[in-house]
Design a protein around this ligand. Sequence first.
Ligand code: SF4
Ligand code: ZN
Length: 303
Amino acid sequence: MVCKKCSEKPVIQLTNSPVQLCRSCFLRYFEKKTLKTIRKYGLINYKDHIVVALSGGKDSLSLLHILKKISVRKTDITLSALLIDEGIKDYRDKSIKDAKAFCKKQKIKLHIVSYKTEIKKTLDDLKKQFQDTIPCSMCGVLRRYLLNKHARKLKATKLATGHNMDDESQSIIMNQLKNNVALSARLGPTTGIVKDSKFIPRIKPFYLLTEKEIATYAYLNDLMFDFNECPYSIESNRFEIRDVLNNLEAKYPGTKHSIVASFLEILPLLKQKYKNQKIASCTICKEPASSGICTTCQIIQKI
Ligand code: SF4
Ligand code: ZN
C-alpha cells in the first residue's frame, strides 16, 4: 500500500476509511482538519486571548503546538498555557517537566496552579482521606474550577482543551447512562449554554479528530515524550466506558463517529431547551454555581 495522495510510504490508515497517508500528507490532513473545525464552529475570533489547558500529555501538547503555528500567522491572537498540578506522585511531575521544556522552547508563557496551594491538599492526600471516593470525581470538579478561575484571572477570552472525538463520545454515553441530558447540553465543540462573564468559553479544536490521529501527530512532531497514564484513571467510570467503546469500535468501525455526529444533530435543540438555566454565584467563593455552595467549596468543607 502507498499514500493515497503521493505514493510515499504510509504512516497511518485514517479512522473509518481505507485511506492511508504518508508523514507529510498526514500532517497536512491533520492541521487542515483542525483549522476546518475552528472555522466551522467559530472557535477563534479576532484578538482572542487563548489559554490552553496544558497537561503535558500528547493531546494538549499537540494542541498548543498547532495553535502556536496559527498564532504566528494570525498575530492578533495571544496564546498562553495553564497547567493544573493535582499533586499525583510519579505522574504529574514528569508531565510538568515536559510541559515546561516545550513552552520554553516555543516561547509560550506557562502558568502553573496547584491543588496544594489552592486547597492545601494534593490529590494524593485526598485519595488517602476519602478512600471510598473515586479520585476522578473530586479531581474533575477541582480541575474545571481552577482552570476557569485562573483563565479568567489571566483575562483569557477562550480556554482551549485537547478533547477529541474519543473523549466526546465517552462523555455523551456517560451522560446518557446517568440520564443527565442537561449535562450533555453543555458539550460540543464549544462548551456552555448561556454566556456569563464568569465563565470562560471552552473550545475543542480537536473535536473531530480521533485519539489515534492525535497520537500519530504527536509522535511525528516529537511531542510524545513518555506514555504514562494517571494511576487513578482505572478507578473511573470513564475508563470502563472507554473500553466498551473501543471494543465496539473494533467490531463496528465508525461507532464513535456515529455517536458524535448524531449528537451534533440534536445539540442545538438541547442548548435551546436548557438556555434559561440560571447561573448563580457560590455563597462562599463567589465563583459560578448552579445554586448555594459550589461543588468545589463543598469538597473543601469536607476536607
Ligand atoms: Fe484527575 Fe482522574 Fe484525570 Fe487522574 S484521570 S488527572 S484523577 S481526573
Ligand atoms: Zn465556591
